[in-house]
Ligand binder design. Structure first.
Ligand code: XIL
Length: 336
């Protein structure tokens, strides 16, 4: 089985690795942005560049250049990197979604994973094999899995198929089921955690390798983390021999009233509770934030604040000053 993510040489021994997702869009134009990743991270991964539509503008084309640059940047810095993602409901090219035939859809999926996993073998220490396959609200949505192109064409078997193919092509990469809304208190979140565990067990029962669950960690600062349930989830995974990581950590503050100080205080609380639950269950393989600076984040686009203030989702503000909660986070990770 694949080993855990290596820590960067500069990280204190025994520390939980810290990483962040980088965007090639800002890489050249903003050297300070780039330098922040070099300075702060044990792991740097391409945020969007390995998504299906960006990699495969047409069925015949593989546009690896942007992803390669980000992965090579990390390697040149002695940092690890990870892959995001083979199977997702979003960011699929039109040519893909136009495929109606089951056999063809299967061939495209297998061929995609074969080609991409093979290219990055030895350079990416883990892969989000499937991303967001759990139904958003399983009770409302009428089933445990999200209604996606892949589910409609191949049924639930697309999940084992993707894991089996990834394991065949890159036996050393950690293979991850990645999903969101796995940390809060409430029945919908209990159900989602149970479904994640169910998928893990089904893969294992079929003799298919799954190494870890990625808890995205898009943290709504107005919602309560269920610290005990999150820790239990981590323990349950550990009992199955499966690891976990925080894979896309950021803070969503659109429901938090007040100024920057109030927002950062709420962020500090939700991040701290999240870490209590995460680390309380088992030692995470890494904690990865979805960007590093508020200068660039999806949160303000997807969930803008009604008061017009900028969102403050990430460890560094738009002027690249660290938030207090980032210091706390790094101290927690340093303790291992
Ligand atoms: C987001 C990126 O941050 C944006 O830059 C992009 O425009 C859309 O995707 N869950 C995921 C990520 O798994 O891939 C998403 O990333 C955010 C939510």
């Amino acid at each position: 089985m694949a080993g855990p993510l290596p820590a960067r040489a500069s990280s204190s021994p025994g520390a939980i690795p810290f990483g962040a997702a980088i965007q090639s869009d800002f890489f050249d134009a903003d050297p300070d942005y780039r330098a922040l990743f070099t300075r702060e991270c044990d792991l740097v991964l391409p945020m969007n560049e390995l998504k299906f539509a960006l990699l495969r503008p047409t069925r015949e084309t593989f546009a690896f250049e942007a992803a390669d640059r980000m992965v090579d940047f990390a390697r040149a810095n002695g940092q690890a990197s990870r892959g995001h993602t083979f199977v997702w409901w979003s960011t699929n090219p039109d040519w893909l979604e136009a495929i109606e035939d089951e056999g063809q859809a299967e061939r495209v999926l297998v061929e995609h994973i074969e080609r991409v996993a093979d290219r990055y073998r030895g350079r990416l220490s883990s892969w989000d094999v499937v991303n967001e396959v759990i139904a958003h609200d399983p009770d409302e949505d009428g089933g445990p899995l999200r209604d996606t192109f892949w589910l409609r064409r191949l049924g639930p078997r697309h999940i084992p198929l993707a894991f089996r193919t990834a394991a065949r092509i890159d036996p050393a990469a950690r293979l991850v089921l990645n999903d969101y809304d796995l940390e809060f208190r409430g029945p919908r979140f209990d159900t989602r955690r149970a479904i994640a565990l169910g998928i893990v067990r089904q893969l294992q029962d079929a003799g298919i390798r799954i190494d870890a669950v990625g808890i995205q960690g898009h943290l709504y600062a107005h919602q309560e983390i269920d610290v005990e349930a999150l820790a239990r989830f981590g323990r349950d995974l550990k009992a199955l021999g499966v690891g976990l990581l925080a894979s896309e950590l950021d803070v969503i503050d659109f429901q938090v009233p007040g100024d920057a100080e109030a927002i950062d205080a709420a962020a500090g609380k939700v991040v701290s509770d999240f870490l209590d639950g995460l680390i309380g269950g088992q030692r995470p393989e890494a904690v990865v934030t979805w960007g590093l600076t508020d200068r660039y984040s999806w949160v303000g686009d997807a969930m803008p604040r009604a008061d017009g203030r900028p969102c403050r989702p990430l460890p560094f503000d738009a002027e690249l000053r660290p938030k207090p909660w980032y210091g706390e986070l790094r101290r927690r990770l340093a303790r291992g």
